[in-house]
Ligand binder design. Sequence first.
Ligand code: P1T
Length: 379
Amino acid sequence: MKFGTKAIHAGVHPDPSTGAIMTPIFQTSTYVQRSPGDHKGYEYSRTHNPTRTQLQNALAALENGKHGLCFASGMAAIDCIVKLLEPGDEVVSTNDLYGGSYRLFTKVFAKYGIKFTFVPMHDVAAVRAAMTERTKLVWAETPTNPLLHIIDIKAIAEAAHEGGALLVVDNTFATPYLQNPLDLGADVVMHSLTKYMGGHSDVVMGALIVQDDELHQRLAFLQNACGGTPGPQDCFLVLRGLKTLHIRMQRHCENGRAVAEYLRQHPKVEKVYWPGLESHPGHQVARQQMRDFGGMMSFVLKGDRVEDATAVLEKFQLFSLAESLGGVESLSGHPASMTHASIPAEERRKAGLSDSLIRLSVGIEDAEDLIEDLAQALG
Ligand code: P1T
């Protein structure tokens, strides 16, 4: 089955009791049993809920995995994975990643005796050098947030597995429309469903997708034991969003190209970070592991001054200044003071994240209007 057909049909079935073609919102916390233990597979909605089950199955199908697990946020999904670890275990992570992931690793889990090492993961040798016999997890995001580095998933999977570690890929920026990390050797795919998968900036949710039955059981145990599960209405919203994922992503990619090309030739722009540009250092790897290049990008202005970046951000009309990404509407952001403020300034600079970097989530409006907005804001 091709991707668009899967986005609409895979993993979901008309409701058996009514024939409703759209998955109903099973707004219930509990399920009646005929006799103790004699039930229809549903006991309590933290553990299972039929709306969530259909979403989990749809996500597994889109990522070419076997099992999906949904959470109340992307952070709750990440929290679940790290809870697989024991004190003394180590994680090697990319040094360019969502600020909230960095905060969870360094401010929450580090105090439970888990060690995190951050490396420029587009350099496979740096990953190998950072791994020890205690490394249990390799944490990759690709393209990375916010510098759009491309990490070679196949190469990192090999390095992780040689060292006996699992590879997790945060696939939030790419979505399964652009890349399927499980096919390239990853063990777990993680998503903030809040972004492209939901697609309409109206829900906060996260997910994990795996192939392996035993790993699924361990994660499902934690999902239920820790309880960071989403409600059925939010699951419905993401199910609805998924049905247009392929159409939206196609347009995000087209508009992404138009905006990146415009910024690249603009006299006030110093550098554009978008993997579709041939000048991007990860372009060749991106061509191999992605089907297109997406709608996320960052740029710095000539002179690299925060006050100039602030002036542009204040002038945008269509690129609303807001956290988050991946919705139908275009957004702009200032990572140093917004999404990545929880990473110490020194660490940000070491990773190459300038305080004047502007991040764009290019939406699916008409490209001409977006470029007009950039022209007036930069002018
Ligand atoms: O916001 P939440 O659904 O909990 O997802 C966290 C998360 C995880 N991974 C990546 C790559 C992310 O970008 C995010 C959330 N990011 C933003 C809110 C942002 O504006 O970058």
